[in-house]
Design a protein. Structure first.
Lengths: 377, 119
């Protein structure tokens, strides 16, 4: 066993009474004394502070080439509109492999003189190596280790954060802006992983603890662990890499077609030209038979990741699998997402999830389970 | 009261015992959202998985503490699993069982021994 890595907030988590778990090589808080359920509901109602420093932060820049050149290079790997991403704006994207499967999903920001990319903790080294090997040597790719990453999420997040760093009302969903705090620069984006209004902040490791203590000194905010982070994202139907997304699932199968702007699709001004384009563009036209769906298990037993789905209650005809599932604190019932194989399943047919050798009826429903509440205007 | 290494408490009453989980176990499990109890009349053997508990986080099992038969179950905790977080050693008992061999109770931990066990 290699020793678990610690984030800049390790001591703070301990002092707050966090229960620690290993996650992607880091020792991370799964919950604080409040517990997952109350943390979840508190974030929905007021605000929550999350340590997401385990995630990868990439800076993509060039001393010799323009941002336009970098964007063009990135568009060879990302099926999204990078050239059209304005300065101080952020966008969701993913890196497909040759077969159209997803190497990782990410958030990319145009920060004027570089692109800033947030990637999954478990994929950091893989993404870094992949990017380094597949884009121009004139472009620098840095996996930065000197900055922590935190999120402040929930309806009170603007008010709480503005007490420390100033006016935030001009920032809309997916806007990016620098703020200063105690002489250091914070990279702030209005985004997150809870489906709610909120902010993600990249800041120097050395500043992180004092900044977070000052945030937690405000009224209306509690620290939130990875447990509630998972239930919050699941309620809003957001994918978790390694569960809902992997190298064998395409973005179209995952229901992420919306993230591929028209300009990159067939008939668009810059159609294709990215790794994995054949499968992905074809699936946009043809509709995949394997698709991410949302489910309500009947009854109260949560059907979690790995639960097999059948069209009968004896386990003969397997039609899919649950990739994320659990109890929804907001809806007070179990919810699941997963994949159905439409070669074997027809709308209207019954669905059963196998749990502990029993078969539980499951109903098909629509994502998100809980409506998102981003600040779009 | 007697305790098992699996964090169950057993309260003897004549030749039957009432069984639940300890405060320590309830706290470790976190917010409990689903409980499946065994059927009345089920014969159980020590170590057999007889109760399923799902917390927000994960699923876990409760093992039969001793050999015997389930003679009563507490459906109130099935209807409201959060009772187990709020009152694990009181209202939120799980089941009552008759014992095949009453003497086996002596092999379980006392409260003091259990307290040392979880330290």
């Amino acid at each position: 066993m290699t020793e678990l890595k610690k984030t800049a907030l390790y001591d703070l988590h301990r002092s707050l009474g966090a229960k620690a778990i290993p996650f992607a090589g880091y020792e991370m808080p799964v919950n604080y004394p409040l517990g997952i359920m109350k943390e979840h509901l508190y974030c929905r109602k007021s605000a929550g502070l999350f340590d997401v420093s385990h995630m990868g932060q990439l800076v993509i820049s060039s001393n010799t080439q323009s941002m336009q050149f970098i964007a063009s290079e990135l568009e060879k790997l990302l099926p999204i509109d990078v050239l059209g991403l304005s300065e101080d704006r952020q966008r969701y994207g993913f890196l497909p492999n040759k077969e159209g499967g997803i190497i990782d999903d990410l958030m990319i920001s145009n920060r004027g003189d570089h692109y800033f990319v947030v990637i999954n903790a478990s994929r950091k080294e893989i993404d870094f190596k992949y990017l380094r090997e597949n884009i121009s040597k004139e472009i620098d790719v840095d996996l930065i280790k000197t900055r922590a990453l935190i999120a402040i999420q929930g309806p009170q997040s603007e008010k709480i954060l503005s007490n420390l760093i100033g006016e935030l009302s001009s920032l809309k969903y997916l806007d990016v802006k620098d703020f200063s705090y105690k002489g250091e620069i914070l990279w702030v984006s209005r985004s997150g992983y809870t489906g709610q209004d909120g902010f993600e902040i990249s800041l120097p490791n050395s500043l992180c603890e004092v900044f977070c203590k000052n945030i937690l000194d405000q009224d209306g905010i509690e620290p939130i662990g990875l447990g509630a982070r998972d239930t919050l994202r699941l309620e809003c139907g957001l994918c978790l890499y390694g569960q809902d997304l992997n190298e064998t699932i395409t973005p179209i199968e995952a229901g992420l077609k919306w993230a591929i702007q028209k300009v990159r699709r067939t008939g668009g001004e810059r159609e294709g030209g990215f790794i994995g384009q054949e499968k992905i563009l074809n699936q946009i036209e043809e509709q995949p038979y394997f698709k991410r769906e949302a489910f309500f298990p009947d009854g109260r037993a949560p059907l979690r990741s790995g639960t097999k789905l059948f069209s009968d209650d004896s386990g003969k005809n397997e039609i899919g699998v649950i990739t994320s599932g659990g109890y929804s604190p907001s809806l007070e019932r179990p919810i699941s997402m997963g994949y159905l194989d439409y070669k074997k399943f027809k709308i209207g047919n019954p669905i059963f999830g196998e749990l502990r050798n029993k078969f539980f009826p499951v109903k098909l429903t629509k994502l998100p389970f809980v409506a998102t509440s981003f600040k779009r205007n | 009261m007697k305790f098992t290494e699996e964090h169950e408490w057993l309260e003897p009453d004549g030749d039957t015992v009432k069984v639940g989980i300890t405060e320590y176990a309830a706290e470790q499990l976190g917010d409990i959202v689903f409980i499946e109890l065994p059927d009345l009349g089920t014969s159980v053997t020590k170590g057999q998985e007889i109760v399923v508990i799902e917390s927000v986080k994960a699923a876990s099992d409760i093992l039969a503490p001793l050999d015997g038969e389930i003679i009563e179950i507490n459906n109130a905790i099935v209807d409201d699993p959060s009772m187990v977080n709020n009152d694990p050693t009181g209202e939120a008992w799980f089941f009552k069982m008759s014992l095949k061999n009453q003497g086996e109770l002596d092999g379980l931990m006392s409260e003091d021994e259990y307290k040392k066990h979880i330290q």
